[in-house]
Design a protein around this ligand. Structure first.
Ligand code: 5GP
Ligand code: ZN
Length: 125
């Protein structure tokens, strides 16, 4: 059923503590941990603890949780010091939702990538 932990899901296993991860933020509904294969100096994944296959499915079923995921992404950026600012050290950051195989999604448990600490090109690759 939507939202229930899936036995074969890597990120459900991270939520359950069955697979180790470097968790940097944890709340009742969300977990944020460092990506195992970072693509930038800061590369954090923000996931809902409940299982939904992608961000759009999450937003359709539980809009409040989708909003929390976005808010958590912003909190991660603040915590990591990557928010663009005239006075702070950050350069800005990117939040990415790969959705579907062709767009690069490999783990089918909703997650936001928070990337920062370097410049980014547009359009993305
Ligand atoms: P996707 O490709 O689905 O958008 O993102 C999945 C992300 O999960 C990838 O960036 C990948 O490096 C990361 N990842 C895959 N396996 C693990 C793991 O066991 N631990 C952590 N921390 N990240 C993982
Ligand atoms: Zn899952």
């Amino acid at each position: 059923m939507a939202g229930e932990s899936q036995a074969d899901c890597l990120f459900c296993k991270i939520v359950a503590g069955e697979v180790p991860a470097t968790v940097i933020r944890d709340s009742e509904t969300m977990t944020a941990f460092r990506d195992i294969n970072p693509q930038a100096p800061t590369h954090v994944l923000v996931i809902p603890k409940a299982h939904y296959p992608d961000a759009a499915t999450l937003a359709a079923a539980e809009p409040q949780l989708a909003a929390e995921m976005l808010r958590e992404a912003g909190e991660v950026a603040e915590q990591e010091g990557i928010v663009a600012s005239e006075t702070g050290p950050g350069t800005g950051y990117r939040v990415v939702f790969n959705t579907g195989h062709g767009a690069g999604q490999t783990v089918f448990h909703a997650h936001a990538h928070v990337l920062g600490g370097r410049g980014f090109n547009w359009p993305p690759g």
